[in-house]
Design a protein around this ligand. Structure first.
Ligand code: SF4
Ligand code: SF4
Length: 198
């Protein structure tokens, strides 16, 4: 994903967007973001994020509604909650990612980034299969074909994260797999009806 900077004119900004997002239940404490960057620094998928949570929240504050809603970041987010746990302002970062995705779907804004789309599909496959995300499988499946050189460069970091128990080697599965599979099927069916990600 390329990180392109774009010049925006004031007329292209939505001055109400920040207040709208901050008023959501998921937006609690958003006004307290101190732009410390802890979220991006702890995010296991930050190399694939065109906008870290810190940057995305700065864009929300600036009223860059279109850019925020079309950003691949919420779609690439693997919902590991690492940033949420570490955020000193107690911002519900992961929940905000979900809220932004729902808003994008409601407004018909699709994430056009093929990288993000591919990442999202891999994530959905892993969660649909095991009932839980597994960051290592996700990174391997996504990066092996798309960014093999970058993956090799990140090997040291990956090994250190595994050593500290922050990226488990094996995935864990939910206990009642049958009920879970039925629930996933129903969710995918409803998502398809609403035009969501399939
Ligand atoms: S960790 Fe929290 S306070 Fe720091 S930049 Fe991220 S969202 Fe803002
Ligand atoms: S919840 Fe999403 S944004 Fe936060 S650290 Fe995990 S992958 Fe990154």
């Amino acid at each position: 994903m390329e990180n392109q900077e774009t010049i925006l004119f004031e007329g292209e900004l939505d001055p109400t967007f920040f207040d709208e997002v901050a008023a959501l239940p998921e937006g609690a404490h958003l006004r307290s973001c101190i732009q410390c960057g802890t979220c991006g620094g702890t995010c296991p998928v930050s190399p694939m994020l065109p906008h870290t949570p810190r940057k995305l929240f700065a864009m929300i504050r600036a009223g860059m509604k279109d850019a925020v809603l079309s950003s691949p970041t919420p779609w690439v987010c693997s919902s590991c909650y690492e940033c949420t746990v570490k955020c000193p302002a107690e911002i519900k970062i992961t929940e905000l990612m979900y809220a932004l995705k729902r808003r994008a779907i409601r407004e018909g804004v699709r994430c056009e980034d093929s990288d993000a789309d591919r990442f999202l599909r891999q994530f959905t496959r892993i969660v649909a299969k095991n009932g839980r995300s597994h960051e290592l499988s996700l990174l391997m499946r996504y990066m092996m074909f798309k960014h093999p050189i970058q993956m090799l460069k990140q090997t040291g970091l990956g090994l250190r994260m595994m050593g500290k128990g922050r990226m488990p080697l094996f995935s864990h599965k939910v206990r009642d797999k049958e009920s879970y599979s039925r629930m996933v099927e129903k969710a995918l069916e409803l998502g398809a009806q609403e035009g969501g990600v399939q």
